[in-house]
Write a protein that binds this ligand. Structure first.
Ligand SMILES: CC(C)(COP(=O)(O)OP(=O)(O)OC[C@H]1O[C@@H](n2cnc3c(N)ncnc32)[C@H](O)[C@@H]1OP(=O)(O)O)[C@@H](O)C(=O)NCCC(=O)NCCS
Length: 168
């Protein structure tokens, strides 16, 4: 199955809330998302993405047959890193393992390199997150190193991996 990235619509909020109300997703993300994640939380996120300053971020849902099955975004960094951007993503669990995440990463990076001045896109999955590391590899990212003991998530000290994709 292949998804296609597209701009968020407010009507995607129920799909977004359903996807994010899942500890198997949240445990792989940074802290700060509410749990349970309500319809209002989803609507607020979508409004924020639609209202963001142009060029500051590139946020998409991943659409499969009209359903929003995931979220992917590239966030421009500040100061001397203004041509660097961080990539984040998740796919709703029922859709895992079908190549949707890989395609979404490829489509998003292509879009950003074609439509912005960003030179470098990086991602920092937890080192144990084999699926996320694998999709970055499949999308052509380079592993630049291990960020040792770089995070505390759910009370555990975790290594992260630093991957990047450079504009050719
Ligand atoms: C990471 C995530 C986005 C992957 O999405 P997906 O659509 O399932 O990814 P794909 O199907 O494109 O590819 C997954 C790859 O990982 C592999 N994989 C998955 N789980 C694995 C595991 N436990 N061990 C080894 N490989 C694994 C799959 O076999 C596949 O590789 P292959 O094509 O070489 O066989 C999804 O699992 C997710 O949303 N996880 C929770 C949130 C998250 O981790 N976000 C990223 C934060 S950095």
């Amino acid at each position: 199955m292949v998804g296609t990235i597209r701009t968020w619509r407010l009507s995607d909020a129920a799909d977004l809330a359903a996807a994010l109300n899942n500890p198997n997703i949240l445990k792989n993300l940074r802290d700060g998302l509410p749990y349970p994640y309500t319809l209002a939380d989803a609507e607020n996120y979508i409004r924020a993405m639609l209202g963001a300053e142009p060029g500051s971020q590139y946020a998409f849902t991943v659409d499969v047959n009209g359903k929003a099955v995931g979220s992917i975004a590239v966030f421009r960094q500040a100061n001397i890193h203004f041509r660097t951007a961080e990539l984040g993503y998740y796919i709703a669990e029922p859709y895992w393992g079908q190549g949707i995440g890989t395609k979404a990463v490829q489509q998003t990076c292509n879009y950003v390199f074609e439509n912005s001045d960003i030179l470098r896109i990086f991602a920092e999955p937890f080192a144990y997150n084999t699926a996320s590391c694998r999709i970055l590899q499949k999308a052509g990212f380079t592993l630049e190193g291990i960020l040792r003991k770089n995070a505390i998530k759910n009370g555990e000290v975790l290594d992260m991996k630093l991957y990047s994709l450079i504009r050719e």
